[in-house]
Ligand binder design. Structure first.
Ligand SMILES: N[C@@H](CCC(=O)N[C@@H](CS)C(=O)NCC(=O)O)C(=O)O
Length: 195
């Protein structure tokens, strides 16, 4: 299977972590999502990640790709029935953190005279609310087996710290402790974002 991704994308990282957890070897093709014609041919939305199956079928987005890898992989499922409503809530928070961190980055990359201070504040406040909500649930993250909510939160915080800063840690001691502890997990260590 071919994964179209990039070394910095948090959404591609989700797929890479799930594949690693299941011992699935992916043929990773790094592309620039803004300029790649090949990506445009594969995915009309022109976003990474994209997974091309061995039979030629094309999957997007990261939710669909991760669920497929989990179904076909050999490891324990990352989408268990137990505690489903709770892990789905944390998965949603992790996904929203990732989306907001990416939107904030796009704002920062606009020419200075086209940036919206209001939007940057809006995104920053949303991220702070999300990290505070996750801090309140950090004990559950620590106690649970590794699941898709952990993957989503790791990718969200990973992007936030890679592209912005670690200021959130000051108000979130329990989430910080869990996040630091999980960095040694092989699937997490092997997928750190890089430029
Ligand atoms: N909902 C999508 C989001 C994917 C996404 O936003 N990917 C970014 C890279 S982190 C991208 O391809 N951006 C290119 C663009 O915005 O044109 C998913 O979960 O896969």
């Amino acid at each position: 299977m071919k994964l179209y991704s990039s070394p910095a994308t948090p959404f591609g990282r989700k797929a890479a972590i799930v594949a690693h957890e299941h011992g699935i070897a992916l043929d990773v093709v790094n592309v620039n999502p803004f300029t790649s014609d090949e990506l445009e041919r594969l995915n009309p939305i022109k976003l990474i990640p994209v997974l091309v199956l061995d039979d030629g079928r094309v999957l997007y987005d990261s939710h669909v790709i991760c669920a497929h890898l989990d179904e076909t992989g050999g490891g324990p499922t990352l989408y268990p029935q137990a505690d489903r409503l709770d892990w789905q809530r944390r998965m949603t928070l992790g996904t929203a953190l990732t989306e907001t961190s990416v939107l904030w980055l796009f704002q920062k990359r606009q020419p200075a005279d086209q940036q919206s201070g209001n939007l940057k504040t809006h995104y920053e406040k949303r991220m702070r609310r999300i990290t505070a909500a996750l801090d309140a649930e950090a004990d559950m993250l620590s106690a649970a087996p590794f699941r898709i909510d952990h993957v989503a939160v790791i990718c969200g915080i990973g992007h936030l710290e890679f592209r912005h800063d670690a200021a959130w840690r000051a108000d979130c001691p329990r989430l910080t402790a869990w996040y630091e502890g999980i960095q040694g997990r092989p699937s997490v260590a092997a997928t750190q974002p890089t430029d």
